[in-house]
Design a protein around this ligand. Structure first.
Ligand code: PMP
Length: 483
């Protein structure tokens, strides 16, 4: 079926040929597991009765509750009741579910302004712009920062959205070895003629892009060393905090908090709300003049639907909970008004002004509430506990011990399906994510555990016991171990 017909190849030829022809195994079984309900500590799996399961099977098929160690629910804010969910429910009644417009076209509500101010304060920057999709925050907004004549220096394992954005920008792109500061410095030395950095730079701007915490590796960017290099070679620094914001640092404020450095020593902080905040969308934060320019020049302002009110509220409520402040919800606008029996329209008028703090002018005060502290401590404990437990059992893992992303190496992509199924078929079913090419090199196919503050120590013990048994069957324990 791969032979081009009528002079052209079938649309699905690339992916299809790799996974179904070369590996000769039904790889799709371990991907796209159908689920229902909240992606919390546990999750409800829908039985995939046949490969082409349909809506009737979804409604009538068997359901299995599994321990969920696969979702990005780092702080456990994915919940359907209580906490953030109550505030979200209230806002849907006031604002509905959609803005029905782009930010520059009627889609900028008070909720957007308040959220942007809170985000700027949380990450310690002057201003922030939010958008309805994390992927698009990189892919559509990096072109507003750099263009032709600029050079982007990118970690070789940067996320697809970064690679997409840098290519779209028209800037030249060079890559350095993953997290290898020697490789970054060698590249900087090569592209900047030393001794006369200001006069002999062939580039309008040089932007170095790294991730705070790498999503497939669990590695932490060496921000202190990158900042030293920044002083020496004078470049701009962009850090994607999709996985580190909310998850790292004693106050959950990401890499700056973790390394105890001033956030404004970094030029651009980008992040997403999909992970630690149990929401969706992304942000980009920097100086006020830069963010003003991105708002106008980036393609998201005029061309993309603004972040929706329920999602904004989830961001506000979860972030406020981490910071230990009450959710800064704007006051009621008085409702839509009513038409009386005599046909006159009565508008209730504006609500009284609120006494909300102006988050944009508040100092960056590192604080976290009791709730936030508890969640952060639990996440940090669970991350280390799983990581160390797997190493003790003799597995080869990647990543920093503080990382809630814990990759366990399978090496052979043929073992992905087996690992996934054996974990799922246990008495206490466990759902895991397995990743391989093209997200990782083929030979380092892996299981990627995502730990959550919602997990208990006993949950992690259940995962470790299961890995121990499955690891023996699949011959995965090639590490030195520390048992
Ligand atoms: N940046 C990084 C580093 C990511 O890992 C991801 C997605 N996991 C994104 C950006 C895109 O974010 P989103 O899924 O919120 O669109």
């Amino acid at each position: 079926h791969l032979v081009p017909r009528n002079g052209y190849a079938p649309l699905n030829s690339d992916f299809d040929s790799f996974y179904t022809r070369r590996l000769k195994t039904r790889m799709d079984e371990c991907f796209s597991q159908p689920v229902t309900g909240v992606a919390g500590r546990t999750i409800m799996l829908l039985d995939r009765i046949s490969p082409d399961y349909n809506h009737t099977q979804i409604l009538t098929g068997t359901r299995t509750r599994a321990l969920n160690i696969s979702s990005y629910n780092y702080l456990g804010f994915a919940q359907a009741r209580g906490g953030c969910a109550d505030a979200v429910e209230e806002v849907i009644r006031r604002y509905g579910v959609s803005t029905c417009g782009a930010r520059l076209e009627g889609g900028s509500s008070d909720l957007h302004t308040v959220t942007e101010a809170l985000v700027a304060n949380f990450v310690g920057m002057e201003d922030a712009m939010i958008s309805s999709m994390g992927f698009a925050t990189n892919s559509a907004l990096i072109p507003a920062l750099v263009g032709k004549g600029c050079l982007v220096i990118s970690d070789e394992l940067n996320h697809a959205s970064i690679r997409f954005g840098t290519r779209l920008s028209g800037a030249n792109v060079r890559m350095f070895k993953h997290n290898d500061m020697g490789s970054l410095e060698a590249l900087l030395r090569e592209v900047i003629s030393q001794g006369q950095p200001k006069t002999h730079r062939p580039w309008k701007k040089i932007l170095v892009i790294v991730e705070g915490l790498y999503s497939m590796e669990g590695t932490l960017a060496n921000i202190p060393v990158i900042l030293e290099l920044k002083k020496k070679y004078k470049f701009y620094l962009f850090v994607d905090e999709a996985h580190s914001i909310g998850a790292l640092g004693p106050h959950g404020r990401g890499v700056a908090d973790y390394f105890n450095i001033p956030p404004r020593s970094i030029d651009i902080l980008m992040g997403t709300f999909t992970k630690s905040f149990g929401a969706a969308g992304g942000y980009i934060a920097g100086t006020k003049s830069l963010i003003d320019r991105v708002r106008l020049r980036g393609h998201l302002g005029p061309y993309a639907e603004a972040m929706t009110p329920p999602v904004l509220t989830q961001v506000l409520a979860s972030m406020a909970s981490i910071m230990g402040v009450s959710p800064p919800l704007p006051p009621l606008d008085g409702g839509e008004g009513v038409v009386t029996t005599s046909g006159t329209y009565v508008h209730p008028g504006p609500a009284p002004a609120s006494s909300l703090p102006n988050w944009l002018t508040l100092p960056y005060a590192l604080a976290s509430g009791t709730e936030g502290r508890t969640r952060l401590r639990r996440l940090a404990f669970n991350s280390r506990y799983l990581h160390n437990g797997l190493i003790k059992l003799g597995f080869i893992t990647y990543g920093h011990p503080s990382s809630p992303i814990v990759p366990l190496l399978l090496f052979n992509p043929g073992k992905m399906n087996m690992f996934h199924r054996m974990m799922k078929d246990r008495k206490t079913p466990i759902i895991v994510v397995v990743v391989a090419y093209p997200a990782t090199p083929l030979v380092t196919s892996r299981v990627r555990f995502c730990v959550s503050a919602a997990h208990t120590k006993e949950d992690v013990d259940v995962v470790l016991r299961a890995c121990d048994e499955v690891g023996d069957v699949l011959d995965l324990k090639h590490g030195i171990g520390r048992g």
